[in-house]
Design a protein around this ligand. Structure first.
Ligand SMILES: Nc1ncnc2c1ncn2[C@@H]1O[C@H](COP(=O)(O)OP(=O)(O)O)[C@@H](O)[C@H]1O
Ligand SMILES: O=C(O)C1=C[C@@H](OP(=O)(O)O)[C@@H](O)[C@H](O)C1
Ligand SMILES: [Mg+2]
Length: 184
């Protein structure tokens, strides 16, 4: 059979809803769920914040790349961390059998949702502002996305429906996504 695009990978800024929407989406689509931030924490035995504080943001990116490249699942919704897109290798690996969905929210909404970002283990250069980070990443999220879902002014249920619809439409152009009902 041709490549089965049977995972949904969520990418986007912190606060875009990857972790919370990922669970809802998995329930709605009868898929399993994995949050790669939790894999990083269990892999390293510490919180993301303590990795950034103790070893620096580049160490977090290296661990994240390793965890993403070792991920070998099918039939999952995969919530990534906001910095996943800094690894070309990891994104190419995920793309092999996944639809990549970018949850696109504004900088204002990022600020509202994440509050004090210095406590959130964000992987960024020390001098980098949130605005700089937003601009730098927006291009990366767009580049790797198969589908972009605008997340402004929508509640979680609306987002979930929209992601599912967009991912299914996109995947139906390929084969084998979300089970037999979408196969020709
Ligand atoms: N569509 C939405 N509308 C309002 N709040 C949301 C929405 N999606 C997520 N949130 C909230 O935003 C916060 C960050 O969500 P989270 O899933 O942790 O984002 P991420 O994993 O992308 O960093 C949580 O408090 C969550 O409840
Ligand atoms: O954007 C980032 O640099 C990060 C986002 C976090 O995940 P969420 O995007 O789920 O908040 C987590 O991976 C880590 O603290 C780094
Ligand atoms: Mg998250």
């Amino acid at each position: 059979m041709s490549s089965s695009l049977n995972n949904v990978v969520l990418i986007g800024m912190p606060g875009s809803g990857k972790s919370t929407l990922g669970v809802l989406l998995a329930k709605a689509a009868a898929l399993a769920f994995v949050d790669t931030d939790l894999l990083i924490q269990s892999h390293s035995g510490q919180t993301l914040q303590s990795i950034v504080d103790g070893e620096g943001y580049e160490a977090l990116r290296r661990i994240e790349e390793q965890v993403l490249c070792n991920l070998d699942v099918t039939g999952h919704v995969i919530a990534t961390g906001g910095s996943a897109v800094y690894s070309d290798r990891a994104m190419r690996h995920l793309k092999q059998n996944s639809i990549i969905v970018f949850l696109d929210i504004s900088l204002t909404t990022v600020r509202q949702r994440i509050g004090d970002f210095s406590l959130r283990g964000i992987s960024k250069r020390p001098e980098q502002t949130l605005e700089d980070l937003f601009t730098e990443r927006h291009g990366l999220y767009t580049r790797f996305a198969d589908v972009v879902v605008n997340g402004e002014h929508k509640n979680q249920n609306q987002m979930c429906e929209e992601i599912l619809k967009a991912a299914t439409t996109n995947a139906n152009r390929n084969l084998g996504f979300l089970g037999p009902s979408t196969r020709p």
